[in-house]
Design a protein around this ligand. Structure first.
Ligand code: G1P
Length: 276
C-alpha cells in the first residue's frame, strides 16, 4: 500500500508571467479549481492520503489552500454559497498535508531528494501538477499503484509523443511486456530527436522505491545543469527495476500556455458544465 505522494511545487512558472509573479503556478485555476488540487484529488483517489509538498519561497498560497479559511467559512456558513467549498472540504477531510522547503532550485531530482524528510523509507508516488491527467475510470496514480502491488519496483507513466517533441521530456526505451507495460532498459532526459531511444515520453507520474534517495544523493547534475530524476532512475533501470506504463486517460501539458488553454476548454465543456 502506497500512502504518500510527493508534490514538487517549488518551480517558478516563468511561462505564465506576469500571472505567476506573486502567485504559485500550481494555483492557476483550470476553470474553478487550482491545478494542484486536481493532483491532490488524484493522489487521494489512489489511497495516497499523505500529500507531501516540496515548496519554495512565494508558495504560501498552496499551504493556505489546503487549510481552513475561518473568515470565509464564517462568511458563507449557512448560505447557498457554501456549496462552492464542497470539493476542497472533501480533500481537507481526507488528506494529510506536510511540507518542506526546497531552498535552491537544482532540478526535479533535487526536489524529490528534499522530500525525503517527509517520505522516509517507503515507496511513494510523485505527481507533477503541470501534467493534468483526466479520465473516467481510476486515475493514473491508481492505475500505477495497482501495478506496483504486483511488481514492487519503480514505475513511470509514459505517453507517445511526436518525435519533434521528445526534447521536452525524459524518454525511455524497453522491452514491451504487453498491456502498455515496458521493462525499461534506457532512459534519457530531454534528448534531441536523433539521440532519443524512442518516442515514449515520461509524464509527471512516478512510483518510486525509497532506495532512489541514496541514488539521487550520488547523481551528478545532468540536463540543464540540474539533478534529474530520470538519471537516478536510469541507475535502477540498469538493474532491471523500472517499469514504464502507457496510462489510460488524457493528459494536458499545463506547464505551457497552449496546453493550459486546451485543458481549460476541455474541463469547461466536459467536466464543469456537466457538474454544475
Ligand atoms: C520533468 C521531467 C521529465 C518529464 C516531464 C514530464 O521535466 O524532468 O523527465 O518528461 O517532467 O512533464 P520538466 O517538464 O519539469 O522540464
Amino acid at each position: 500500500m502506497i500512502r504518500k505522494c510527493l508534490f514538487p511545487v517549488a518551480g517558478y512558472g516563468t511561462r505564465f508571467l506576469p500571472a505567476t509573479k506573486s502567485m504559485p503556478k500550481e494555483m492557476l485555476p483550470i476553470v474553478n479549481k487550482p491545478l494542484v488540487q486536481y493532483g491532490v484529488e488524484e493522489a487521494i483517489g489512489a489511497g495516497m492520503k499523505n500529500c507531501a509538498m516540496v515548496t519554495g519561497r512565494g508558495k504560501r498560497a498552496i499551504s493556505d489552500h489546503f487549510d481552513i479559511s475561518y473568515e470565509l467559512e464564517h462568511q458563507i456558513s449557512g448560505s447557498s454559497k457554501e456549496m462552492y467549498l464542497e470539493s476542497i472540504r472533501g480533500v481537507l477531510n481526507e488528506g494529510i498535508f506536510t511540507q518542506v522547503r526546497q531552498r535552491e532550485m537544482k532540478g526535479l531530482g533535487h526536489a524529490i531528494l528534499t522530500g525525503e524528510a517527509l517520505i522516509g523509507d517507503e515507496a511513494f508516488g510523485v505527481l507533477l501538477s503541470d501534467d493534468l491527467c483526466l479520465n473516467d475510470g481510476p486515475g493514473v496514480l491508481s492505475q500505477m499503484t495497482e501495478l506496483y502491488e504486483e511488481h514492487q519496483c519503480s514505475i513511470v507513466a509514459i505517453q507517445e509523443v511526436p518525435m519533434d517533441e521528445v526534447h521536452k521530456y525524459g524518454v525511455i526505451s524497453g522491452e514491451d511486456l504487453g498491456s502498455g507495460l515496458y521493462k525499461v532498459d534506457d532512459m534519457v532526459e530531454k534528448p534531441s530527436a536523433e539521440d532519443a531511444p524512442s518516442n515514449l515520453a515520461i509524464i509527471g507520474r512516478y512510483i518510486l522505491t525509497p532506495d532512489i534517495f541514496d541514488i539521487l544523493r550520488s547523481t551528478e547534475p545532468g540536463s540543464g545543469g540540474e539533478v534529474q530524476i530520470t538519471d537516478a532512475l536510469q541507475t535502477q533501470a540498469r538493474q532491471g527495476r523500472v517499469l514504464a506504463y502507457k496510462f489510460k486517460g488524457l493528459r494536458f501539458d499545463c506547464g505551457t500556455v497552449p496546453g493550459f488553454v486546451e485543458a481549460t476548454n476541455y474541463v469547461y465543456e466536459n467536466v464543469y458544465t456537466n457538474n454544475g
